[in-house]
Design a protein around this ligand. Structure first.
Ligand SMILES: Cc1ncc(COP(=O)(O)O)c(C=O)c1O
Length: 401
């Protein structure tokens, strides 16, 4: 697998690069790079509008990518796949379009303590605009969501549950099916949004089977290009929502007095989209389909076990997110050094990890820390990368303690 990722052939500070920051952004396989290059070299043109061959062919490639992404997510109607800029924009779209239309002061949105800022701040903006109330479901010390407390927070004013599928900071996998079922059993009108940014990367996900109403993810973590993300929503729901942005390509008819809009996905894709990037994301899901998400998950689970075994041998580490249901993300602090000092020493050893709050400040507050060191795995991660991490940590320990 590693051989498919040209950036990983390089040395870093004289050593093979151990890239352990896939949760922040994944490296790109040659197949994705080639697909983006071909989008510009074979027959590049703007889409949906041109009658000439280049435009028709590029439109066909763009729409074929949408179909492939739908299939990858277990979605049968590709019109339910809205291309956005990233997961952040997908969630803002729901907040501003569905939220502003359907929520009023006093209505409640239920989040969890482990959300990424992308699934907190859009709801705070909505709170400032409408007076909705944010409720926060707690987690246990091992990082698992406290399901009973979550259920107890569902109330007569709950309108939306917005939860991450996999925590980017802890690797914890949330039981989204149970979370969605509990919300719907309580009140079938409650909508459930799942932030799948870290889930689709690590394991097979059949999105409609989760029972959620909206599912968001970002392309660049899924081995695709930057600048493209996805929002899935059921067609009836999307078509009942007003546009998020206005402009070209999303309209049926524009008059100065009144404009009418196309159905989804076009109504949410105002302006020229990230054409080559969406085509690249289509190539990324093809690549993952070939790899098989079941075997990706199995491989990452084995790596996780190996990492925990090796890192356990190093004194003074404290792990966060130790519950059983985990994806390939390891988060820890060291009693003998600050995460950023350790991160810099690891860089000198050719090991790329992320240190800090991982855009989860409330989660860090929950644990009473500023941040952690996070090693996250991808398709290309090998045991030798984990060995390099363990060696680097031993070196950091000898330098800092
Ligand atoms: C769980 C989760 N949600 C949302 C995001 C936001 O992704 P993006 O910055 O690509 O919108 C991230 C990125 O780290 C994430 O890990």
């Amino acid at each position: 697998m590693k051989a498919d990722f040209p950036a990983l052939r390089q040395k870093m500070n004289g050593r093979s690069l151990a890239y352990l920051d896939t949760a922040a952004s994944a490296q790109k396989p040659q197949a994705v790079i080639d697909a983006v290059t071909r989008a510009y070299t074979d027959h590049y043109a703007n889409i949906h509008r041109g009658l000439y061959e280049f435009s028709q062919k590029t439109t066909a490639d763009f729409e074929a990518a949408r179909k492939r992404i739908a299939r990858f997510m277990g979605v049968s109607n590709e019109n339910e796949i809205v291309f956005t800029r990233n997961a952040t924009e997908s969630i803002n779209l729901v907040a501003q379009s569905w939220g502003r239309t359907n929520l009023k002061a006093g209505d409640e949105i239920l989040l969890t303590e482990m959300e990424h800022h992308a699934n907190i701040v859009p709801w705070q903006l909505l709170r400032d605009q409408t007076g909705v109330v944010l409720k926060i479901a707690p987690i246990f010390d091992d990082g698992a969501l406290d399901l009973e407390s979550y259920k107890n927070l569902l109330g007569p004013r709950t309108r939306l549950v917005a939860v991450t599928h996999v925590s980017n900071a802890l690797g914890i996998i949330n039981p989204v099916k149970k979370i969605a079922a509990a919300a719907k059993n309580f009140n079938s009108g409650i909508k459930v949004l799942v932030d799948g940014s870290q889930a689709v990367v690590h394991m097979p996900v059949n999105v409609p089977e989760t029972g959620c109403d909206f599912y968001a993810f970002t392309g660049h973590k899924l081995y695709g290009p930057t600048g493209v993300g996805v929002l899935w929503g059921r067609a009836e729901l999307l078509n009942a929502m007003p546009p998020y942005q206005g402009g070209g390509d999303m309209i049926e008819r524009v008059m100065f007095e009144k404009t009418t809009y196309k159905d989804a996905p076009a109504r949410f894709e105002a302006g020229t989209p990230a054409i080559a990037e969406a085509i690249g994301l289509g190539a990324a899901v093809d690549y993952l389909d070939k790899a098989g998400m079941k075997s990706v998950a199995a491989r990452e689970n084995a790596l996780l076990d190996y990492a925990m075994k090796e890192l356990d041998k190093i004194d003074g580490l404290r792990f966060y997110g130790t519950a059983k249901a985990k994806a390939g993300i390891v988060s820890f602090t060291a009693g003998w050094g600050h995460p950023s000092d350790i991160g810099m020493i690891l860089d000198q050893c050719g090991v790329a990890v992320r240190t800090g709050h991982h855009c989860c400040m409330p989660l860090m507050q929950r644990f009473g820390i500023d941040g952690t060191i996070r090693a996250s795995f991808g398709l290309y991660t090998e045991e030798s990368d984990i060995d390099a991490l363990a060696e680097g940590l031993k070196k950091a320990k000898s330098m800092l303690s």
